[in-house]
Ligand binder design. Structure first.
Ligand SMILES: NC(=O)c1ccc[n+]([C@@H]2O[C@H](COP(=O)([O-])OP(=O)(O)OC[C@H]3O[C@@H](n4cnc5c(N)ncnc54)[C@H](OP(=O)(O)O)[C@@H]3O)[C@@H](O)[C@H]2O)c1
Length: 240
């Protein structure tokens, strides 16, 4: 029987957030995941693409080829969750760290969104996963390259939203604060240091992040939302 589910292309599904997102969407979306490692919760065996976001053009070419070989000509969703952070002060950031951070977080987003534009249907939604580090710095976890890459991602989001709105394609960013899962647990900023600055008094969960992404993907509930930064941080950015 033909698979009539909308198609979602997503990077970063091997992460805690990605796994939470897969759990929320499995059954309602056909998920094509692109990452270096197989996702634990892909939902559909065989729809995982092994690729490396740090290599110029590789992920965009691999995803385009995978869609072609599966005879998928219409894509309804794209989520860029893949990301990497090096927690260094600016002066300690090496050229390699800068380039790698830009490649995985930002350049691959540009390459994937533009490569998939021809197959994104009217009504499609793109969600780019960003960070409060795009807006503010933490003395507990400085990350100059990461903050610059995520700020670039927010800028890319606004330009794509403006350029593609007339094509019926929505583009938004989910701007995450400090989560207790995923790269948040590798961050040197400890829970004790961050909690006093979080209005809701707790770190976020992968599910908190995944629910925001699902909301922006779903045209039933967010069809008039584009070009926006949805901040999901428990109020971290409003107190100091
Ligand atoms: N967790 C937080 O506190 C937090 C806060 C703010 C923003 N975010 C953002 O949320 C997103 C997910 O982060 P996370 O917390 O879930 O981090 P994570 O657990 O470290 O996961 C990172 C994801 O990115 C993928 N990835 C990293 N380098 C890659 C590469 N070179 N090629 C292909 N895929 C690569 C990984 O897949 P493979 O290793 O399998 O390739 C993995 O799925 C990121 O964009 C991050 O910036 C997270």
């Amino acid at each position: 029987m033909a698979d009539t589910r909308p198609v979602l292309v997503a990077t970063g599904l091997t992460s805690g957030i990605g796994q939470a997102l897969s759990k929320l969407l499995v059954g309602t979306w056909r998920i094509i995941g692109a990452s270096r490692n197989p996702p634990a919760e892909s939902g559909d065996a065989g729809d995982w693409i092994r690729t490396d976001l740090s290599v110029p053009g590789l992920a965009a070419a691999a995803v385009t080829e995978a869609l072609h070989s599966r005879k998928i000509a219409r894509v309804q969703g794209l989520v860029h969750l893949g990301g990497v952070v090096f927690s260094d002060q600016a002066v300690a950031t090496t050229g390699y760290e800068w380039e790698y951070t830009m490649a995985v977080n930002l350049r691959s987003a540009f390459e994937l969104t533009t490569a998939l534009k021809p197959v994104l249907v009217s009504g499609a939604s793109i969600v780019l996963v960003s960070s409060v580090d795009a807006k503010m710095s933490s003395t507990a976890g400085p990350a100059a390259a990461y903050g610059a890459a995520k700020a670039g991602l927010n800028g890319l989001m606004r330009h794509l939203a403006a350029e593609w709105g007339r094509d019926g394609i929505r583009v938004n960013a989910v701007v995450l604060g400090a989560l207790a899962e995923g790269m948040g647990v590798k961050h040197p900023a400890t829970e004790a240091e961050l909690l006093p600055h979080i209005a809701l008094g707790r770190l976020g969960t992968a599910k908190d992040a995944a629910q925001a992404i699902r909301f922006l993907l779903d045209p039933e509930v967010s069809s008039y939302i584009t070009g926006t930064e949805m901040v999901v941080d428990g109020g971290l950015n409003i107190s100091y």
